[in-house]
Design a protein around this ligand. Structure first.
Ligand code: ZN
Ligand code: ZN
Length: 351
């Protein structure tokens, strides 16, 4: 039951996710119920800055037999085990009736952030993050110019709990012949909202967050980070330029610099929260590259952290997997306050 004082720790309501067009159930009133779910191991061993058998470290051999160069900054290569490739089989089994198939054409790449095995995005200098953003811009431009590519998904999976066993800081790019479902939804919603109101929907989201203020993590002149009102994960954060740009590639130099600073501050606060490398799935949501009109699409970076507490995984279960809508046990206002309160100096750099 909701306590009579109706304090903000006891949010119990449904919130509309305007970009996905779906309801999120916020049931923060039951956050302290007994829990006997999975306990995540959080022992942290210091990492060496070079590992002989790491396939991402400079000078090492990859599974394909290729040798990584002695790279100094960002290093991009074609994935040796691509899920989509231009050489995917075209001679497919015919599918009668209701079923359809087609070749898994596309390009999959890996982007190493740094030659240092022991660093993470949070611990790169903001100038190094700026360089990385520049590399992502170049990849988006290169891949989006190809006729067969309709969308470029850049994403980082970070941490054992999201299935990444190699801590060497890196992300992946899936450039595909189709547009990923979430992007398709966001693009359609953005187009409709712009047609109906004359404004990009994300501008109204940023205005609503600035008017309320409780969920903003940090901002500067041209970039902002916030826990959205409709967050599906406890520590979900959106990082975005304030101006509507369909992709990272359309940001100017000053905007890239500002975005790098806000990204770094957000990542440091994540790690400082529990003094551990904070796991997440981080996709860049950029407009499709299929030649459509995406003026209303507002590029943003989303963080989907799987942990609710230092050792507790958010399970996707009946409501999420079974029904397709999220049930959150925490209030976005409380979680944003926790993040905002963190130091802007990384705990590992305190000496
Ligand atoms: Zn490595
Ligand atoms: Zn998005």
């Amino acid at each position: 039951m909701i306590p009579k004082d109706n304090n903000r720790h006891a949010v119990w309501e449904e919130r509309w996710h305007p970009l996905r067009e779906e309801w999120v159930i916020i049931a923060a009133h039951r956050q302290d119920r007994p829990w006997s779910g999975e306990i995540v191991e959080r022992e942290e061993k210091p990492l060496p800055n070079y590992v002989e058998d790491c396939y991402l470290c400079p000078g090492n051999a990859r599974i394909s037999g290729e040798i990584n160069p002695q790279y100094k900054g960002v290093f991009v290569f074609d994935n040796d085990h691509p899920c989509v490739g231009m050489n995917a089989p075209v001679d497919l089994e015919p599918t009668p009736g209701v079923y359809r198939n087609r070749p898994a054409h596309g390009i999959a790449r890996v982007v190493c952030y740094s030659p240092r095995h022991d660093l993470s995005l949070a611990r790169l200098d903001s100038s190094e993050i700026e360089n990385l953003l520049g590399a992502w811009q170049a990849e988006y431009r290169d891949l989006s110019n190809r006729d067969e590519i309709n969308h470029v998904l850049i994403f980082e999976n970070k941490g054992d709990v999201v299935g990444v066993s190699n801590p060497h800081p890196h992300c992946q790019i899936y450039a595909t012949n189709f547009v990923f479902k979430t992007i398709e939804t966001e693009a359609e919603v953005s187009r409709r909202y712009l047609d109906a109101s004359g404004r990009p929907i994300f501008q109204d989201i940023i205005s609503a967050e600035q008017r309320d203020g409780r969920r903003i993590i940090c901002e500067n002149e041209t970039a902002i980070a916030f826990v959205p009102y409709f967050a599906r994960y406890a520590y979900e954060v959106y990082v975005a330029p304030k101006a509507t740009r369909p992709s990272l590639a359309s940001l100017g130099d000053l905007e890239v610099r500002d975005l790098a600073l806000i990204l770094k501050e957000t990542l440091i606060k994540f790690d400082n929260l529990w003094r551990m490398p904070f796991p997440y799935v981080m996709p860049l949501h950029q407009a499709p590259t299929d030649g459509g009109d995406y003026r209303g699409f507002h590029f943003h970076i989303e963080f989907h952290p799987p942990l609710r507490k230092p050792n507790l995984l958010k399970y996707l279960a009946g409501p999420e997997i079974g029904g397709g809508n999220f049930l959150s046990d925490t209030s976005p206002e409380d979680k944003a306050a926790e993040l905002r309160a963190q130091s802007t100096v990384h705990y590992k750099d305190h000496g």
